[in-house]
Design a protein around this ligand. Structure first.
Ligand SMILES: Nc1ncnc2c1ncn2[C@@H]1O[C@H](COP(=O)(O)OP(=O)(O)O)[C@@H](O)[C@H]1O
Ligand SMILES: [Mg+2]
Length: 362
């Protein structure tokens, strides 16, 4: 059996880039950061270093947004990335943590079952019963570990954690310490410690965030791609990256195929045509770049293993219909209305029009 993990962390995947960035870094480094804020931004946005090393872009979008994220992590406040699903919140938080502290693995996955021990500390019960509360019997949370090392801790899906549990973060973020009452001990946060949290749109969160907690975060809204060109760039780039992980010669999509699929995504998401002239009913399904990336990735795999590596448009249409059906049959009605009122009139979309009309019945 060949041993290789399915998903490698950013610090492993981009080790070479990190080494080159650290070597080339002449800018001042904050305490416990492995590189300067300038280099962190460079790592995320991509570019070429003086020694010729190519830094691949991780985020396609405004550089100023990444600068705000990095500056926040140097400030008193923590960083909260919000936005609709699939806008690279998790992706950016992993890369920021990897670039800043060389460890993106200190994270809590927020759920309604997340308890305060995941935020502060817990106990090994056998030890607690045998010896009472001792430092050896204490199980630190990842946040406590990040505090002790001056690293970045991540909290995924903060708004899925019940409000009372979320509030355990208030004292951590304002005092930068955790008090262990049972041991009469205080764990002080080291310089460099901070938290990056992510949450799907706050108004749609399951649990509200208290205003006291909100104040301790700088809330950055991650936007959907501004135009078709940017969205195509994100999708094409990530599809290629994911394809490289599959060790098989996957075929590339034609530029026109990506653009057509993404035009459908954008118009159904926005509820109007790209030229803004025709209003349509918008889909409820989150038609984000992330969804387009998976539809295309799956189509490439399918074509490779079952279809002579020819990526036909019907895979893409099937992928779209499948995604919409998961939200409910109403979504397919919206698609059909859009097909009849918009796509039918576009001669270059004839094949797509026919496929949508036909495949919906499958
Ligand atoms: N602007 C963007 N730049 C680069 N990748 C993006 C962008 N928007 C979305 N993606 C891609 O979408 C995928 C899913 O993103 P993810 O971080 O899981 O979304 P979220 O946490 O916001 O739901 C990732 O593979 C990411 O690369
Ligand atoms: Mg996420």
């Amino acid at each position: 059996m060949i041993k290789s993990s399915i998903r490698q962390s950013a610090e492993v995947l981009y080790k070479k880039e990190f080494e080159a960035l650290v070597k080339a870094d002449n800018n001042p480094k904050p305490a416990n950061w492995q590189m300067s804020p300038w280099s962190v931004v460079q790592y995320i946005i991509g570019g070429k270093l003086k020694d010729g090393t190519e830094i691949s872009p991780k985020y396609v979008g405004k550089k100023s947004l990444i600068e705000i994220c990095v500056a926040t992590l140097l400030s008193e406040r923590a960083l909260l990335l919000t936005g609709v699903p699939g806008t690279a919140k998790t992706w950016i938080s992993e890369h920021l943590a990897a670039a800043i502290s060389g460890n993106s693995g200190l994270f809590v996955q927020g759920t309604s079952g997340t308890h305060e021990d995941a935020i502060k500390y817990g106990w090994n019960y056998a030890s607690l019963i045998a010896h009472g509360p001792t430092r050896e019997g204490l199980i630190p949370s990842v946040i406590m570990k990040a505090m002790e090392t001056g690293g970045i801790a991540r909290i995924e899906e903060l708004s899925r954690i019940p409000t009372e549990t979320q509030d355990a973060l208030i004292s951590i973020l304002s005092e930068k310490n955790i008090i262990i009452h049972e041991l009469e001990k205080i764990i002080e946060g080291n310089k460099g410690f901070n938290i990056i949290a992510t949450a799907n749109d706050l108004d749609r969160g399951i649990y509200e965030m208290s205003s006291a907690l909100k104040r301790r975060f700088n809330i950055v809204q991650m936007p959907l791609p501004e135009n078709l060109e940017e969205e195509t760039k994100i999708v094409r780039y990530r599809v290629q990256q994911m394809g490289r992980l599959i060790e098989a010669p996957l075929a590339d999509l034609k530029e026109k195929q990506i653009q057509t699929l993404l035009t459908l995504f954008r118009e159904l998401r926005e509820g109007k045509t790209e030229d803004k002239k025709t209003k349509i009913r918008a889909c409820k399904t989150s038609l984000s770049p992330a969804i387009a990336i998976s539809i295309i990735h799956e189509a490439r795999i399918h074509a490779h293993y079952f279809d002579n590596n020819e990526i036909r448009n019907d895979y893409l249409v099937k992928g779209l219909i499948h995604t919409l059906r998961q939200e409910g049959e109403e979504e397919l009605q919206i698609l059909q209305e859009y097909n009849e009122s918009v796509l039918k009139k576009r001669t270059e979309y004839k094949e797509w029009y026919n496929l949508i009309k036909k495949l919906d019945k499958d």
